[in-house]
Each structure stands twice: as structure tokens, then as C-alpha cells.
Design a protein around this ligand. Structure first.
Ligand SMILES: Cc1cc2nc3c(=O)[nH]c(=O)nc-3n(C[C@H](O)[C@H](O)[C@H](O)COP(=O)(O)OP(=O)(O)OC[C@H]3O[C@@H](n4cnc5c(N)ncnc54)[C@H](O)[C@@H]3O)c2cc1C
Length: 305
């Protein structure tokens, strides 16, 4: 059900003290297709057991020659540290095909608003490269306006800051960015503030001209890639401002720990039917395991990250 690919590292660039970009090429010579905003899962072997970590592409096909991922070190994180410390050009990494629904809109829209924090900028970068490079290639029709709200500790730890600053200068009136720094003052385009509901709402009202109109609600898309608490706060604010739920697209790097708990009976089983790639697989799960856990236990290769 799931194809695996082998990717070779062709380049390694330090973006910040904690983040590195790895350029990848398919080791089998077949093209590796992906869309901006998607991710791949790297597949690691841990004593014969498979472990996966997902990384979003920070590149855009057609703009960048090869796909690249940007990995930020997580304190005590096993594989982010291993990649940053040891992965070098020439190494090969088993990976899944590209996956994910954090995709550019298929219909024309007036405005795209991005909310990113830390490594959450990675899939956003893929979008921005496509959107802002499109102008240079002459596809000017209906170029949307873009607002980026980007939270980090300080400018030194802000991934892709130099490129974003160049775009701010290059696309006035089309591309706007406000940084939120928790540990640094007096930086251009930056507020020395933690992003919260009030500040998020204030930024949107400033951008949309004090009142959110029906046209704004119809023709704005919001892309959120940040810690779950920040994304929950942003979603609540957008609901209060009456933006429709289907205008909000989210990428989640870590599972939400605040899921409601319920009583589980471990003796109860459920029948799961998985379909995809012209296949149909039926299997049983116990109530105290996840669908993915059951599939792995039964040796069924479902795509996952
Ligand atoms: C769709 C998607 C896209 C993603 N894209 C990106 C991306 O573009 N860039 C990026 O950098 N990341 C991205 N991620 C996150 C990435 O997949 C990993 O989760 C991240 O790199 C951490 O993996 P790790 O193996 O280093 O950490 P893990 O080993 O999984 O550790 C995770 C957490 O557990 C804690 N921990 C680990 N071991 C212990 C222990 N023994 N005791 C206590 N705490 C412990 C760590 O401190 C850490 O906070 C993405 C995730 C998803 C789902």
C-alpha cells in the first residue's frame, strides 16, 4: 500500500544555530514529486523496529532544482539531533513519498495569511517561494496579497529571516511580515511581544483596515503552522471574527495532548476498512490501540508520519 524511496543528501546548510536545511535527490534517479507545503517521513531503524519523523519541504518545485527539508533541533529529540549532528552529503535516507494537505489554494483568493512559529515556517517557505517567484516569471494574474505573522525567540533563531527580509523589501504592498520576538527588542518589522488572542486580532484588524468585510471572509485563507496552543488560540480568534472554518488550513508538528479522554474497554474490537491506491484492506483493532498501532502489529503498511 505504501511505496518507499531512498533519498541522497546533496547539500547541508546551516540556517540558524539550531536548524539545518538538507537538499535531497532521489537515489534511484526517478523523479520525486511533491507539492509546496507537503512533507515526507524519514524512516529510521531502531533495533529492527521502524521509527518515522516527518519533515516539511522548505522548497517549491519549479523554483528550486531539488527538494529540501529544514530540520530544527528538539531538546532531547532523538532523530532531529542525529540528523543535525551526523547527516552529511552523500548519505542516503529511506523516506516515504510526499504527503500532506497544507497546500496552496486551487481557487484564486485575494489574501493569504500565514501564522508560523519556529520550524513551522518550513512548509510556509515552500508556499512563499512559489507565490513570490510567480511574479518574476510573469504570472501576475490575481497574485494574492500575503501577510506573514512569524513568532520566534529572537532574530538569530529565526529560520529564513534573511530571505524573508529581502521579500519584505522587494514586494512592498504585496508581501508583509511581522515578527514576534520574545527575547529581542528594536528589530525592523518586529514586535517584542508574545503572540496572543488580542494581538492576533489587532494585527488582522490593522491589516484588513479596521473592519472585516464579507469579501475578506470569502476571499482570505489562513495557514497555521505553530505549536497547538497557538493554533488553537488563532482558530478561536478567527471564529470570533466570523471567518469560515474551511478558510483555516493547519499543519500540526506535534500531537495535541489535550484530546478529550473517554472510557476504553480493551476487549472490544472494531473493524477498520482502509482504501487507497486501488486497494481495500480490512482488519480488526482492539479499543485500547490506535488504528496505526493495529496495522503495524498486523504487518499492514499504511502510510503514516
Ligand atoms: C507533518 C509534520 C511535519 C513536520 N515538519 C517538520 C519540519 O519541517 N522541521 C522540523 O524540524 N520538524 C518537523 N516536524 C517534527 C518532526 O517530525 C519531529 O517530531 C521532530 O524533529 C522531533 O523529533 P525527534 O526524534 O528529534 O524527537 P523525539 O525523540 O521524538 O522527542 C520528541 C520530544 O520528546 C522529548 N523526549 C525525547 N526523549 C525523552 C526522554 N527520554 N524523556 C523525556 N522527554 C523526552 C524531547 O525533548 C522532545 O520534546 C514535523 C512533524 C510533522 C508531523
Amino acid at each position: 500500500m505504501e511505496e518507499k524511496r531512498l533519498l541522497r543528501i546533496t547539500g547541508r546548510v546551516q540556517e540558524t544555530p539550531e536548524a539545518y536545511t538538507f537538499t535531497l535527490e532521489p537515489a534511484d534517479g526517478r523523479p520525486y514529486d511533491y507539492r509546496p507545503g507537503q512533507y515526507l517521513s524519514l524512516i529510521f531503524d531502531r533495533n529492527g523496529r521502524e521509527e518515522r519523523r516527518a519533515y516539511s519541504f522548505s522548497t517549491c518545485p519549479g523554483v528550486d532544482d531539488l527538494p529540501a527539508i529544514t530540520v530544527k533541533r528538539v531538546v532531547n529529540g532523538e532523530y532531529s539531533n542525529r540528523l543535525i549532528k551526523r547527516a552529511e552529503p552523500g548519505d542516503t535516507l529511506p523516506a516515504t513519498p510526499a504527503n500532506g494537505r497544507f497546500l496552496l489554494p486551487e481557487r484564486p483568493v485575494d489574501t493569504l495569511v500565514y501564522l508560523a512559529a519556529g520550524s513551522g515556517i518550513t512548509p510556509v517557505m515552500g508556499h512563499l517561494k512559489c507565490l513570490l517567484a510567480a511574479k518574476k516569471t510573469g504570472t501576475k494574474a490575481k497574485a494574492p496579497k500575503i501577510l506573514l505573522l512569524y513568532a520566534s525567540r529572537d532574530s538569530r533563531s529565526t529560520i529564513f529571516k534573511a530571505q524573508i527580509d529581502r521579500w519584505i523589501a522587494e514586494f512592498p504592498g504585496r508581501f508583509e511580515c511581522t515578527y514576534f520576538f520574545s527575547r529581542e527588542k528594536d528589530v525592523a518589522h518586529a514586535l517584542f511581544r508574545h503572540l496572543n488572542n488580542g494581538l492576533f486580532e489587532q494585527q488582522l484588524l490593522r491589516y484588513f483596515g479596521a473592519a472585516v468585510t464579507a469579501r475578506h471572509k470569502k476571499s482570505t485563507l489562513f495557514y497555521l503552522c505553530a505549536p497547538t496552543a497557538l493554533m488553537r488560540m488563532a482558530t478561536m480568534t478567527l471564529r470570533v471574527l466570523d471567518f469560515p472554518d474551511d478558510s483555516i488550513i493547519k499543519e500540526t508538528f506535534v500531537p495535541d495532548k489535550n484530546l478529550p479522554s473517554r472510557v476504553i474497554n480493551p476487549n472490544v474490537t472494531h473493524t477498520i476498512v482502509a482504501t487507497g491506491n486501488n486497494e481495500r484492506i480490512e482488519f480488526q483493532t482492539f479499543e485500547d490501540e490506535t488504528i496505526l498501532g493495529a496495522a503495524l502489529r498486523l504487518g499492514i503498511a499504511l502510510p503514516y508520519s
